[in-house]
Design a protein around this ligand. Structure first.
Ligand SMILES: [Zn+2]
Length: 494
């Protein structure tokens, strides 16, 4: 969506804007429903999830949304690892995604969705530093600060939510354009006067975050180190307005509170995940937009590849290999990749190997991808590489079988359903293709579109058993739509 990333000088967080709108800054849009009796009530987790899904549905279309499966799988796994140790159970499952933006920032959306700027990962000097910010954001999710902020903070925020809920209801009834509602929402969100979370909320999130870090085996010093980095960034950003500091007020007091809490605590003996360094390198590559950026990155990576050892060295070599490939130097890319593989294997290296094999023809890519999948059966990025290699080789039958298994393995990663639909379509298996698209939209929260695909499948189907299966799915989805409508309705009553 144009919304959460709309530039207002610094990393605009929609959640921040939601939680923090200043009434004076808004001009009330025409024809929007006003919040009624429910406005003082807290959003239920179910309504919050529906809102979050609607925002994400638009967000995935935003050019700054990073859709790489290896990155989002790594971030979400890290987030869930931390959330497991939250002092209170979370009402939402955490889903973490990356956004292409060099500024050091992170934001929590309704529904447990957490966005991490590429600049935050690239700027982090250890996995614990990244975990520190992520744990803090999960602290906000745990305390339901976003849901409370939406309903309690200000009239302006209330209007935005009412506008989104109005658009959502229209979309659920099949008679509105959700994107329009969210765009209105986004225009409102773009106002850069943000109050941010309160000091009390920040402290609560810090404390919960520290506990999660310690129990998940991360070094709590990572939070301190990242905090200092953020304070420096905030100082540098002065005048351009905010960044992380505008939504999460930083203060010496907050910093010393964290330091006091970890003083005397034994340093955690965490084994950092080597994948952190590869994801960091991947994000640095995505963040480098032009030739000058890539040249600078190449300099840094060369130094790192020379001076560092282990996963960090291999990640730097991976970055160099990827840059060679971007510049069309495939031999150079292969040489760096081989060197990286000999230092420390990683799924990102095999993903790159599949891409390099494509230059030798589809059969080579299929072969390389088979070996890669054998090595990394838990990697979504490698699974995607394998599926695409099969598809490019015209092996849609094998690709469909592979993707059906991948979709079962990762039922909350809709991408596999979309790839599956493409193979089924080419195989002439129209009914199943529509079913896969229905699953894709169901998993992204777009239930009315899911129903449409199921209805198309139903009308194409000649098979009695398939028809009754489809009827059941359509009925189940319609019931979920009714439930969603009933949940949202109280929020737009006059
Ligand atoms: Zn915060």
């Amino acid at each position: 969506m144009k919304t959460w990333m709309r530039r207002t000088g610094a990393g605009l967080s929609l959640a921040g804007a939601l939680a923090a709108g200043t009434p004076a800054a808004w001009s009330q849009p025409m024809g929007l429903p006003s919040l009624g009796a429910a406005s003082s009530a807290e959003l239920s987790p179910a309504v919050e999830r529906t809102l979050g899904q609607a925002i994400m549905e638009q967000g995935r279309q935003d050019p700054t949304y990073i859709s790489d499966l290896d990155i989002n799988q790594y971030l979400t796994t890290l987030g869930r690892r931390l959330a497991e140790h939250a002092p209170q159970a979370l009402a939402q499952e955490v889903t973490v995604f990356a956004v292409r933006d060099p500024s050091i920032n992170a934001f929590a959306l309704p529904g447990g969705y957490i966005g991490i700027h590429s600049g935050l990962v690239v700027g982090a000097q250890s996995e614990s530093e990244l975990a520190g910010v992520l744990a803090h954001e999960i602290g906000h999710v745990m305390q339901r600060h976003i849901a409370r902020g939406i309903t309690q903070q200000s009239q302006g925020t209330g209007i935005m939510v009412a506008s989104l809920i109005g658009a959502l209801l229209a979309a659920l009834a099949g008679q509105g354009d959700l994107a329009m509602g969210v765009a209105t929402f986004g225009q409102a969100a773009a106002i850069d006067r943000q109050l941010g979370f309160s000091r009390g909320a920040e402290q609560e999130a810090d404390r919960a975050g520290l506990q999660m870090m310690r129990q998940a085996g991360f070094d709590p010093q990572g939070m301190v180190a990242m905090f200092r980095r953020l304070m420096n960034a905030a100082r540098l950003n002065e005048g351009t307005g905010g960044g992380y500091a505008s939504t999460h007020p930083l203060s010496i007091q907050r910093l010393s509170d964290i330091e006091n809490r970890i003083e005397g605590q034994p340093a955690a003996a965490a084994t950092p995940d080597p994948e952190f360094w590869f994801v960091r390198a991947h994000l640095a590559l995505i963040q480098a937009r032009d030739h000058a950026d890539r040249q600078r990155l190449q300099q840094t990576l060369r130094t790192e590849a020379r001076d560092l050892r282990g996963a960090r060295q291999a990640a730097a070599l991976y970055g160099l290999a990827s840059l060679h490939r971007t510049e069309g130097d495939l031999a150079g890319a292969r040489a760096q990749l081989a060197q990286a593989q000999s230092v420390q294997p990683a799924p990102q290296l095999d993903m790159l190997a599949i891409k390099l094999a494509e230059a030798q023809g589809p059969a080579a890519a299929v072969e390389v991808s088979a070996a890669a999948w054998k090595r990394w059966p838990g990697s979504q990025g490698v699974a995607e590489g394998r599926a695409r290699a099969l598809q490019q080789a015209g092996q849609d039958e094998a690709a469909a079988a592979f993707l059906q298994a991948a979709a079962r393995q990762w039922p909350d990663t809709p991408d596999f359903q979309k790839l599956l639909a493409a193979s089924l379509q080419r195989l002439g298996r129209e009914v199943e293709a529509h079913e896969a698209m229905a699953s894709y939209f169901e998993q992204t929260g777009a239930l009315p579109t899911a129903v449409e695909h199921l209805q198309q499948a139903r009308s194409l189907s000649k098979d009695f058993y398939a028809q009754s299966r489809l009827d059941m799915r359509i009925r189940a989805l319609r019931e979920r739509l009714d439930t969603q409508r009933a949940l949202l309705e109280p929020f737009r009553k006059q």
